[in-house]
Design a protein around this ligand. Structure first.
Ligand code: HEM
Length: 162
């Protein structure tokens, strides 16, 4: 739905879309700390992880998400020559950790991983659109999607360098 997609950049910049998150989610966000510089905030509990359906479901929508990005002419070129198998795994671990799941993220910090890519806001927003489409296709409820996006919002200043 286009109007929803247009709101996504705002979701990342400002936090979750309406309806507002429950008090518990707000508490979690304010308690978030960084486990690796510029990488992933820790969550207070695994509620969001469970709502996303666990590690296997996260891997499934992450795989679909990357497949969609490779089909998206706005951003596909960023992934030329990249080891997609590795990227799909570490990104699913990243989402899992951000959501409070029992995973270990062993990838590179967000700043270092993206510094050489020259990512602008439009590319960032295109990526988020694809992530939402993949979560939609996987049946992840809208509110749950927004809470995951909100927890990733902290990283956009590390990723957008242009
Ligand atoms: C919140 C948004 C994003 C998150 C959470 C994210 C997450 C990640 C993670 C976890 C990695 C793996 C780091 C490693 O090598 O260990 C990675 C690498 C990468 N990301 Fe992102 N990313 C985001 C935005 C973007 C955007 C907007 C683009 C381009 C349109 C992008 C393109 C890439 C590429 C090409 C790599 C591989 C870099 C390399 O191996 O040289 N990412 N990202």
């Amino acid at each position: 739905m286009p109007s929803r997609l247009l709101l996504l950049p705002l979701a990342l910049a400002l936090g979750p879309l309406a309806p507002p998150p429950p008090a518990q989610a707000q508490t979690q966000a304010s308690q978030a700390s960084t486990v690796q510089p510029g990488t992933a905030p820790t969550a207070a509990d695994d509620l969001l992880y469970r709502e996303l359906g666990g590690r296997e479901s996260i891997q499934a929508f992450t795989d679909d998400f990357y497949d969609r990005m490779l089909q998206d002419a706005r951003i596909a070129h960023y992934f030329d020559g990249i080891n997609m198998k590795y990227l799909k795994r570490v990104l699913a671990d990243y989402f899992c950790v951000v959501a409070g799941g029992p995973c270990v993220y062993d990838g590179v910090g967000m700043k270092d991983a993206h510094a050489h890519l020259g990512i602008d806001r439009a590319a960032f927003n295109a990526l988020v659109e694809n992530l939402q489409l993949a979560m939609d296709a996987a049946g992840v409820p809208f509110g749950v999607q927004n809470r995951l996006l909100a927890r990733m919002a902290f990283s956009h200043s590390d990723i957008i360098t242009k």
